[in-house]
Design a protein around this ligand. Sequence first.
Ligand code: TRP
Length: 445
Amino acid sequence: MTTDHSQRTRVLTGITTTGTPHLGNYVGAIRPTVQASRNPATQGFYFLADYHALIKCDDPARIQRSTLEIAASWIAAGLDPDGVMFYRQSDIPEIPELTWFLTCVTGKGLLNRAHAYKASVDKNNLAGNDPDADVTAGLFMYPVLMGADILMFKAHKVPVGRDQIQHIEMARDMASSFNHLYGEYLVLPEAVIEESVALLPGLDGRKMSKSYDNTIPLFASSAQLKKLISGIVTDSRAPGEAKDTEGSALFQIYQAFASAEETASLAKAYADGIGWGDAKQILFERIDREVAPMRAKYEELINNPATVDAILLKGAAKARELATPFIKELRHAVGLRALASAASSQGHAKTARAASPSFKQYREQDGQFYFKLVDPQGRVLLQSLGFGSPKDAGMAIAQLQQDDAKALAALGAQVTLGEGVSAAKVAEALGTLRAELAEKAKTKA
Ligand code: TRP
């Protein structure tokens, strides 16, 4: 039996504290999350990922300010700190401790394949630099810290953007490696991708993003909001000429705030040739109507940072009621325990199991289904190309498990051997798996 965190489904997500929340963050993350946090069937964990911020930002004042702004934004937008776990990552010392435990069961090869790290290496290679130029160990370890965030609180569901799916897959890999070695302590999380949430365009029509410098801050003053909205790109059609809603950033932003009727009425105004100035005024009024009440609360919090500190510390104390006993349990599990305590043999049987290779199935950003065969150290022995469905990938795995030689030949280019891995090595690993399956079938019979 391990520490029971709660019977409810635990939903957890983190926000890196490097920026000022903008309307895109509000529509894409804050608003849907605040809504979801009110579901009584779930327990929400929402935290400020300030350790992660250090990987991307070396400006202390920016980190501090962003932490205040993000915390104040979430509360102002309606997150109830007493109804959920709302805390600062760096107030939970158990997280870096778990990061180390996970570091010790994570294959370096797994981290080599992380998209963000690989992108930096590719960029360096292209520029003819050393592959690891300007790559910190922090960037390399990013997925492990994120794994600790998630596994610390036994999260079931992790709502994230598409770019984060791989990190959740890696957290699952880390959890299974740990559990194989030490027992079933960690819960395997699942990524939740909110398909219906709008991607908000920015001032220039591209996706609203800090890196494009095209954002509208969520809590800009009314006057600033108006001025920024007047800068949204439009075409040059004059008042009286019919306008296209399709491809109109202004229209898309409006839609993210307005009801279906309001949206239909703006669409009609477009067709009737509304002038861009008038359309912008309508957009400004609609956004301001939603944001103004929150803005007052936001400003009150920003001007009283000690209130926000107190809320976050209270949240951390609550979160640590779960984290402290759990890390104790994990310390014991890995052998960091009182010397006088009876040497538990738990882990021995698991060690034998951990020595076996395994198949991992996952979905990539291209929407295709992949699998790989990895050895106990996380080294890739066999890598598939994409399959159209999880079933097709599963069938290929089943074939490989039944008859490796035939199946390997039949799959042809659909699978490739890992770097420096021989076909014999793959056959050996598949043989081990086959023997295990036979063993399992026997014990069942
Ligand atoms: N990496 C996430 C992002 O950039 C932020 C994050 C850190 C996170 N730890 C997390 C998200 C744990 C979900 C769960 O968006």
